[in-house]
Design a protein around this ligand. Sequence first.
Ligand code: CS2
Length: 484
Amino acid sequence: MVTIKTTKTLYKPESVDVGIVHIGLGAFHRAHQAVYIEKNLNRNLGGNWGICAVNIRSNSKLVDQLKVNDCRYHIAEYTDSHHANLREVSAIRDALFAGEDKEALFEKLISSNTKIVTLTVTEKGYYVTPSDKKLRLDDPSIQHDIQSPDQPKTAPGILVEALFRRRELGLPAFTVLSCDNMPNNGALTRTAVCELAAYRSTEFAQWVQNNVAFPSSMVDRIVPAMSEESKNRLHTELNCNDQNAVMCEAFSQWVVEDNFPLGRPDWELDGVQMVDDVHPFETMKLRLLNGSHSLLAYVGSAAKLETVADAVADPKFITLIRHYMTFEALPTLDMPDGINVQNYIESLISRFANDSLQHKLSQIAMDGSQKIPQRWLAGAAELLAQQKNMSATALGVAAWVLYARGKDLEGDFHKVDDPMSDVLRELHALHKSPEDLIRSVLAISDIFPKAFSEDKTFCKSVLNTYLAMTSNGVAACLQFDHLK
Ligand code: CS2
């Protein structure tokens, strides 16, 4: 039995103008940013900060489906399996699928009403290598955007073309706000856009440098991908038959660098933390929350577990992530006064235990090559320099190498959804000896900085864990004590 609260839209959606174009219309956007805008519009009884949400590659079906209901939908915010808030969201005022033809999207982007462009395009959607933070010039889509800049395929290419057209029209630049899980996501977006803009002209690239604000932000809300099963649950538990509904946890956090030259919603009144420097918050969240998530995803998958809640139902996994957070992530954080990291760690453990979410480990395991550098390795590099023990990180890397094989310890196959899946599969096929395999994977410089492949202790620790896991099973690798 679920106790249901409901929260309704209080403003007239048809009177709201679009001030934000969002690229990357998925479940996360609908349950995070759109909810902050919904709160804003509810509090102000309308306004000019409605969203036009856009998909550029996939999921045209969601766009069509949303439009049937005037882009209005519900989110089910579960505190636990007995308490949920069913919230109506009307903040998305328009939705677009901009596949081959992007003119309708450009029309929105060059409108003088558009003040902010927000992005959730995932780590790989920026086309910047995690290790050296340079634009991926070898990527065919980036090459395409260099050759045909007015018909771009990538998010950075679209921003470049839109900014180019705005400058031609004498319009001021919009602000670009990245909402993806990457450190310094503002600076990283700036790198991608400016490097690409330089292929138009040096002078234009300079204009972008001088005129476009790229604030950073830290986003946090656990939003599992919707499945038929979760839709059925919304129907039976909440009597909600909305095809576009999204299920998520009750917790939500957004920390945003306050740099919006063309203005912004008065977000601070809706619970958004507007700060001068997002970096410490981003680092804390990436290394503690996302780092633990990835650890659970790979080690949990090796143990044949399905969801995050299943994993933390086992005390050995709780001990593993407590150990990882306390000894391998926390010592690498430098937080401002007033932030209690120990409380944050405890709150993460109870959020992970929320069994109403059915958050699949396979969803988190996606795109590991793009996630591992900022989740594990950036902090681990500091421990490495101090020759500190990193056995939980080594276990994570070993379990990820195994996951990338596409076949688990019992011989069952799974899909490896990762832009580097081919490279990883080839390494598995090529190197039958675990020694050669681990050496060659740790030598992938796009993922592992040299310090890791050159550190004998680290390499040995990954290899020994991989050997222990493949010969004796996962349980043999879970001998952690969070007190030591
Ligand atoms: C997860 C994140 O899929 C993943 O990689 O770690 O989506 C995570 O749920 C969010 O960052 C929580 O804010």
